[in-house]
Design a protein around this ligand. Structure first.
Ligand SMILES: Nc1ncnc2c1ncn2[C@@H]1O[C@H](COP(=O)(O)OP(=O)(O)O)[C@@H](O)[C@H]1O
Ligand SMILES: [Mg+2]
Length: 445
């Protein structure tokens, strides 16, 4: 992409309404524009990050054998009357009436709809286990939408639903989701800690929330500091291996880690004092096991091995895709702007031309641009006739992990500058070496 042709409406001023860094930076970097309270347009740069996160979420779900699909945003109220949640959900549900006077709603979640799909098409235990998921916009009419995309009213969520024959199988599905989530967050460049949580309106007794530690987080959290040393890393996982998934659940959830809703001072006091931490966190996901809460009232049964009908055991599992954009920025920025982790950066590298119109400089930039594109990467080439300072400020603000700076002086000795956004360190290298280094970072040939 050439910046001269892109739509990147960066703001010079810090928007007064934004209280936290991620909200400020997303507005300043031209990633989002508010349309009404808690509802945003995703401008091209923001949209690219959203898509990168979605892709990682998809890859990790499908790796575990979960099937992607897409359910509508608008749902019939009748389905929610069957589960009893149409009345229970309260004013966060946006209720809509269509021209035929039918009660509809903009889905805040999809347990009822997926259970309806399941009961229409699955009737035998032989079709289990089954996990279906989608990434779709949700609407919750939050009382206090704030912090930009962190607490929106319309937000993008991955929500997945498992259907299993019995509790043991559903617990394995729960553990399997925990593993997929640990992998997903690490690929996003985040440490998200599974914490014992409260089940809220989804219902059920077993649930963990995944929290990213951040001063601006909305949740108060208490944990054993040993937990922050855990890394999932590059492990080979067999998602059908019940013992392996159970082992990972135990490894990541046996130490004390709870949100304020489930915090218990007496239990916390058993953690050695020097390891007790209290902090704030951003909830980026949650997994639930809720047994037959929906399958029973909605008649989602299968014929068991003995021929008798049994209600299926279910769970649901959510990742806050749009919130993650904000959470990643909270975890990774400095006073000059965003610092994207390589896994989600909107462009892989920036190319800054210090003297637009100088034949040698232009042609060196074009060459670097072409080689990166040919390697399957997406560079952002600042080919505008702007001062160097303004170009650097824009690159720092939008946070691309690598910058290649090209100017006539360096080129005289065959060099360009390769700069890491994270460390700020620069190196003088040949244009070819700069390209190779960037390709190496992203593992492309
Ligand atoms: N208002 C919101 N704005 C942005 N993301 C949200 C919002 N509400 C929930 N999410 C994200 O969706 C994920 C799954 O939602 P869920 O756990 O059902 O919501 P909640 O914790 O509000 O009950 C949450 O972990 C969070 O990351
Ligand atoms: Mg939650």
């Amino acid at each position: 992409m050439r910046l001269s042709r892109y739509f990147l409406p960066v703001l010079k001023e810090t928007p007064a309404e934004a209280q936290i860094a991620s909200h400020r930076l997303m507005l300043r970097a031209g990633m989002i524009k508010q349309s009404s309270a808690g509802i945003y347009s995703w401008l091209p740069l923001g949209w690219k990050v959203l898509r990168r996160i979605e892709r990682i979420v998809h890859e990790e779900q499908q790796r575990a054998g979960h099937h992607p699909m897409l359910m509508p945003t608008l749902q019939p109220a009748d389905l929610w009357r069957e589960s009893g949640r149409y009345d229970a959900y309260g004013p966060e549900m946006l209720r809509i009436r269509d021209r035929q006077d039918r009660d509809m709603l903009y889905g805040p979640t999809n347990e009822e709809m997926i259970t309806d799909i399941f009961r229409s098409h699955v009737s035998s235990y032989r079709d289990l286990p089954l996990t279906l998921y989608h990434i779709q916009w949700k609407f919750r009419d939050e009382m206090r939408p704030r912090f930009g995309v962190m607490r929106g009213r319309e937000f993008l969520m991955k929500d997945g639903y498992n259907f299993d024959l019995d509790e043991a199988a559903a617990r394995h599905a729960y553990n399997r989701h925990l593993v997929t989530y640990l992998r997903t967050y690490e690929r996003l460049g985040l440490q998200a800690i599974p914490m014992r949580a409260d089940s809220g309106p989804i219902g059920g007794e077993d649930t963990h929330e995944f929290l990213v530690l951040a001063e601006t987080g909305e949740s108060e959290v208490f944990y054993d500091s040993e937990i922050t040393d855990l890394r999932f890393g590059d492990r080979a996982i067999d998602y059908d291996d019940v013992a392996q998934c159970q082992g990972i659940l135990e490894e990541f959830t046996s130490r004390y880690a709870r949100t304020d809703e489930t915090h218990d001072e007496a239990v916390f006091a058993q953690v050695p004092e020097d390891r007790r931490r209290s902090a704030r966190g951003i909830e980026v996901g949650q997994i639930f096991y809720f047994g037959t809460k929906y399958s029973e009232p909605m008649g989602a049964t299968v014929q068991g091995p003995d021929g008798k009908p049994v209600p299926v055991h279910m769970g649901s599992h959510g990742i806050g895709v749009s919130r993650l954009v904000g959470a990643i920025i909270e975890a990774s920025h400095d006073e000059n702007g965003i610092i994207w982790p390589e896994g989600v950066t909107p462009f892989h590298a920036g190319i800054v031309n210090l003297k637009q119109g100088d034949a040698a400089t232009d042609s060196a930039c074009e060459g670097i641009y072409r080689q990166l594109v040919d390697a399957g990467l997406e560079p952002l080439y600042d080919d505008r006739s702007e001062r160097a300072g303004a170009k650097f400020a824009t690159m720092d603000l939008i946070g691309l992990p690598w910058r290649i700076t090209v100017g006539p002086r360096g080129l005289q000795s065959g060099k360009v500058e390769l700069t890491s956004r994270r460390t700020g360190e620069s190196e003088e290298v040949s244009p070819e070496a700069a390209v190779e280094r960037v390709k190496g970072v992203y593992g492309v040939e």
